[in-house]
Every structure is written in C-alpha cells, then in structure tokens.
Design a binder for this molecule. Structure first.
Ligand code: COA
Length: 161
C-alpha cells in the first residue's frame, strides 16, 4: 500500500492547530505548539495547501469510549461543510465502540451537525456559567459517510515523525 509524507513539519501543524483553537475561543486554557505536540490526542486535519483549515481531536478515555474534542474550523473556511465533515471523520477514525463530545448550548451550528450525524444529547451540565450539552453515540449507528477503503487512503503520521 502507498504511503504519503507531508512537506509541512509537525511543529508547523501543531502551531497552526494551537492558534486555531485559541481563535475558536471555546477552551478553558490557551494552547501552544508544545501543548499540542505533547498531548495524547490524535488530530484529524482538513488542509488547504499547507494551511490547517479545520481540526478535530480524538482522545481515548477508556477502552470503550473516545472523546471528540478541539473541533475548530478557521473563520475563513466556515459554512462549507468542513465542521460536519470533521465530525464524520472523527467518528470514522475513533477506535472505540462509543464516542462523545461536549458542545455549548449556544453553539447552534455544532448542535445541528451533531444531530445530523445521529449523535444524541445524553447529559447537560454547567461549566464557567455556560450550559454544556454532552452528545454521545455508538460508532456503528452513526453516519460517517465513508467506507474503510476511503479511510485507508487518508494519510496518518505521528508527531514523532
Ligand atoms: C462549529 C464549527 C466547527 C462549525 O464549522 P463549519 O465548518 O462552519 O460547519 P459546517 O460548514 O459543517 O456547518 C455550518 C453550516 O454550513 C452549511 N453547509 C454545509 N455544507 C455546506 C456547503 N458545502 N456549502 C455551504 N454551506 C454548507 C451547513 O448546512 C451549516 O448550516 P446550518 O447548520 O445553519 O444549516 C465552527 O463554527 C467553529 O470552528 N467554531 C468555533 C469553535 C467551536 O465552536 N468549536 C466547537 C466546539 S464544541
């Protein structure tokens, strides 16, 4: 099977992810190139040339459960379906039976996208005086719209490479 190697460096990708997440303004702590490189999250990227246009992170929490987090699309690339595509790709690449993600109750776009792919609101809580909805689903019953052959075509690289 073919392998693909990107010309952009891992540091450049990590720095772009950090600035994108900081721009998104949804996280409690500011991110840096180094925090992104050191965390245990697998990132699925949408690239335009060498620019990271969007990202979603996958963090395995237990052998059965993955958290989908750090979803963010660059403001210049929004409303083109990238946020929905990344949610679907996150589900496709999760390796556990169940996935979940936290969405602020005022984030109408992401709530609609979660519902579109079959994620169900299963809990609500408050954090930093904001209401958070937890969406969850069983991977096999969610819509990710691509097959195993497509996912093998996407390239995978590690942050050590
Ligand atoms: C939430 C977020 C990820 C959504 O990303 P996005 O790429 O703009 O999302 P999408 O394009 O998939 O969906 C947005 C709208 O575009 C529409 N759309 C989908 N495909 C489209 C296409 N090909 N062309 C034009 N519009 C399209 C969708 O129907 C949707 O509209 P609607 O939900 O109002 O009906 C983005 O707004 C973001 O990064 N926000 C800041 C960070 C954030 O909130 N992250 C989530 C934390 S939980």
């Amino acid at each position: 099977m073919s392998k693909f190697i990107l010309t952009s460096t891992n540091r450049s990708i990590a720095a772009q992810i950090a600035s994108l997440l900081n721009l998104g303004g949804q996280l409690l702590y500011g991110q840096t190139e180094w925090s992104i490189l050191a965390n245990p999250i697998t990132y699925v990227l949408e690239l335009y040339g060498e620019q990271v246009a969007g990202v979603i992170g996958l963090e395995v929490k237990t052998p059965q459960i993955t958290e989908m987090k750090h979803l963010c699309v660059h403001p210049g690339y929004r409303n083109r379906g990238i946020g929905l595509k990344l949610l679907k790709k996150g589900i496709e690449y999760a390796t556990t039976e169940f996935v979940y993600g936290a969405v602020r109750s005022d984030n109408a776009v992401n709530i609609r996208n979660n519902l579109r792919i079959g994620m169900k609101p299963v809990a609500k809580h408050r954090s930093r005086s904001r209401e958070i909805i937890i969406f969850a689903g069983r991977r096999t019953s969610l819509s990710h719209g691509t097959n195993a052959r497509d996912s093998k075509r996407d390239q995978v690289r590690s942050s050590h490479g």
